[in-house]
Design a protein around this ligand. Structure first.
Ligand code: GLN
Length: 451
């Protein structure tokens, strides 16, 4: 009965694209058997996890929430999902998301919006966006349909949905988590990470997910630290940087208040607060919205109607017609917009003006962080410039949607570990998130400051 109630709740939120209760039950059974046999229990023994539909799962339909992958059943398991099963976890189902992870509200999914379990307390019962692109993950965890879910973060897709739904999520240093078997969006930015109720659960999940993988050329050849054992909320001797440039124009008062509250909390935990400068911050968003679409346009060239999923082969059509028909039908409007922007900025006539410039900006942003980290151990910022907005509110205006990523994109461009944790509620009772950004490979510092 409890299970059926959860299934009904899940259906109402549209968080799951595929349900795989047998997979989760098998993991639970295996955990029970191991316990009965007196074996040491695995770190995630029997834990039912939701998998973002960007991860290929062997024998289970994987679509990246796009029609173009309808009917695709991967014959292999992504490294991330395999590592979670090896740690004893089971899969409850595949989670809805923004199509190919492009979006900030989960509204670009070909299979309908995900709805946040939150509602405003001050009247107005409008359905709220769960954030994106990992909106199925945030909604499922916030509604307690599963204790943890996987997310991916290219420009904020773990952190912003975590902030919108009052949960925690960490994007590790670029290269910590293997990208093998994860459907590519922007390969130089994509990172997997956990989304869960609290920092400890994220640490446990991240330990299972991270690690070297020879099948991903950008995977870091490093041991995975024991992050859970290293958790320590005492910040004595630590310096927390507050970047001046994140105090953006027209920042809502409640986001200011959230940030001040976060500063007080970290000071109370023993940290010294220092103001730092990241002078190129304002160029991060435009650079990201050149680099990410450029890489996406290249990665998405493979969906040609031949190799995976959908194939539109009109009567008497040739190969070119098949490509055109399949891609016209299969990709949603936001994906098409990214492909057009990406191919434009990579085209011979505009490459230097856009793509090369954006790469230079990316290097400057990374250098800004390097300099700031000479003065501090971690940075504290808000995760997003607002609380969750109503579904539909920003759908017609891509720029308004892109502005959501203003605080998350810089750490992505620099490949830094960054986490969002709940920071309290706004005046209408909606959750707000605080972001901790760390030095390369200092997930421990990020987790500790987030505790
Ligand atoms: N909202 C950003 C975008 O649409 C980030 C997406 C992501 O991190 N996957 O590109």
């Amino acid at each position: 009965e409890a299970f059926n109630a959860k299934v009904a709740a899940a259906k109402a939120l549209n968080a799951f694209l595929v349900e795989t209760p047998d997979h989760a039950l098998a993991a639970a059974d295996a955990a029970d058997k191991a316990r009965a046999a007196g074996e040491a229990s695995k770190p995630l023994a029997g834990v039912p996890i939701g998998m973002k539909d960007l991860f290929c799962t062997k024998g289970v339909a994987t679509t990246a929430a796009s029609h173009i992958l309808e009917g695709f059943v991967p014959p292999y398991e992504s490294t991330i999902s395999q590592k979670l099963w090896d740690a004893g976890a089971g899969m409850l189902g595949k989670l809805n998301m923004d199509q190919f992870a492009m979006g900030s509200s989960n509204e670009t999914s070909a299979f309908g919006n995900v709805i946040s379990p939150w509602r405003r307390s001050d009247g107005g019962n409008a359905a709220l966006a769960p954030g994106g692109s990992s909106g199925g993950s945030s909604s499922a965890v916030a509604a307690r349909l599963c204790p943890g879910a996987t997310g991916t973060d290219t420009g904020g897709s773990i952190r912003q949905p975590a902030a919108f739904t009052g949960i925690s999520g960490i994007k590790p240093t670029y290269g910590r988590c293997s990208r093998w078997g994860t459907i590519a969006f922007a390969s130089s930015l994509d990172q997997a990470g956990p989304m869960a109720q609290d920092v400890r659960d994220c640490a446990i999940m991240l330990e299972a997910m991270a690690g070297f993988d020879a099948k991903d050329a950008t995977s870091l050849q490093l041991d995975v630290p024991n992050w859970e054992a290293g958790l320590n909320a005492d910040l004595k001797g630590k310096r927390v940087g507050v970047p001046r440039e994140y105090r953006v124009e027209n920042m809502p008062a409640e986001i200011e208040a959230l940030w001040s509250q976060g500063i007080d909390w970290l000071r109370d935990a023993g940290a010294e607060i220092v103001e730092v400068s990241l002078p190129h911050t304002k160029y991060a968003l435009p650079a990201y919205y050149i680099i990410a679409p450029a890489e996406a346009s290249s990665n998405l060239a493979r969906y040609d109607g031949v190799r995976y999923g959908l194939r539109d082969l009109p009567e008497g059509a040739g190969l070119q017609d098949m490509y055109a028909a399949t891609r016209a039908d299969g990709f949603g409007p936001e994906v098409k917009r990214r492909i057009m922007i990406g191919t434009y900025v990579l085209s011979a006539g505009f490459y230097d003006a856009y793509y090369t410039q954006a790469q230079k900006v990316r290097a400057l942003i990374a250098r800004d962080f390097e300099r700031a980290f000479e003065q501090c151990d971690v940075l504290l910022t808000p995760t997003a410039p607002s609380a969750a907005f109503a579904l539909g509110e920003k759908q017609a205006d891509p720029i308004a949607m892109y502005l959501n990523d203003v605080f998350t994109v810089p750490a992505s461009l620099a490949g830094l570990p960054a986490m969002s944790v709940p920071g309290g509620l706004d005046a209408s009772g909606l959750p707000l998130g605080l972001q901790i950004i760390g030095k390369p490979l200092d997930e421990q510092g990020v987790l500790n400051a987030s505790l």
